[in-house]
Design a binder for this molecule. Structure first.
Ligand SMILES: Nc1ncnc2c1ncn2[C@@H]1O[C@H](COP(=O)(O)OP(=O)(O)O)[C@@H](O)[C@H]1O
Ligand SMILES: [Mg+2]
Length: 247
């Protein structure tokens, strides 16, 4: 059975993946801004951001009530809610949806937590296949250095403290992220990730991403993708003024 349903809609789905501190959020923010500046209708969706499960997630984390499977299921519920209410309608309408983490995060993280690889893949089988998936490959030490430099404390589940890997938060985080990194590396080829060397400068990585995105959009003929078409609009304006799509 194929992993995901193909995207048969007008819009596109672009996702970023990688361990914490690999630079995903930095890059997808720059990419969305740039696509918007090019006149595309761009929407953004972030992992674990659905209002549907927010309170339960907060409570479960605070009281440390999650097991690997219930944690996995709550993320899947978050993902299903965002897929059905937000990502799919926007892709159907022709937008470019940029997602900061996608199902691959669950494939890497839940499996690193000991959940069955097959079970978690099956759980996300309703998802649509991204048109482009970027994987930010970075050595563990580089990522950890960035995280520790930018943050005060690493949280309980983030560090994988629920797994009893070490009593030291930093050590547990290191072991857990190492496991996640191994999972990403193991699936990179199968999932057709575009691998970006995430040790490069922010500018260099962004340049490579934009090139791949442009090639992707050109190859698909931009057919249904919503675009304000700056030049065409200027020409058409003389006859009938039209407005760019608003999101
Ligand atoms: N190429 C880079 N080189 C150095 N630092 C970076 C680079 N990309 C991002 N950072 C910094 O690393 C930290 C983590 O970046 P972020 O984009 O939040 O990563 P992620 O979303 O993958 O966890 C931030 O402080 C960010 O400014
Ligand atoms: Mg991030």
């Amino acid at each position: 059975m194929p992993l995901f349903a193909p995207n048969r809609f007008k819009g596109k789905l672009i996702v970023v993946e990688g361990i914490d501190g690999s630079g995903k959020s930095t890059q997808i923010a720059l990419l969305s801004q740039w696509l918007r500046s090019q006149g595309y209708a761009v929407a953004f969706s972030e992992w674990n951001s659905s209002p549907l499960v927010r309170e339960t997630t907060k409570r479960g984390k605070k009281k440390q009530m999650f097991t690997p499977s219930t944690f996995s299921l709550i993320h899947a519920t978050d993902f299903a809610d965002r897929t059905e209410r937000y990502i799919l309608p926007l892709v159907k309408a022709g937008a470019i949806v940029c997602a900061d983490r996608y199902a691959y995060t669950a494939f890497a993280r839940d499996v690193a937590r000991g959940v069955s690889r097959r079970w978690v893949r099956n759980l996300y089988s309703f998802a649509i296949r991204p048109n482009l998936s970027f994987y930010f490959r970075v050595p563990l030490d580089v990522a950890i250095g960035r995280i520790l430099g930018a943050r005060d404390a690493i949280k309980h589940y983030e560090a994988g403290m629920d797994l009893g890997l070490s009593r030291d938060v930093e050590e547990s985080f290191r072991i857990f992220q190492g496991r996640i990194l191994d999972e990403y590396e193991a699936m990179a080829k199968e999932m057709g990730f575009h691998i970006i060397d995430a040790t490069q400068s922010i500018e260099e990585q962004q340049k490579q991403m934009r090139k791949i995105v442009m090639q992707g959009l050109a190859a698909s003929g931009k057919s249904g993708v919503l675009h304000s078409g700056a030049l065409e609009r200027e020409r058409a304006y003389k006859e009938t003024p039209i407005s760019p799509p608003v999101f």
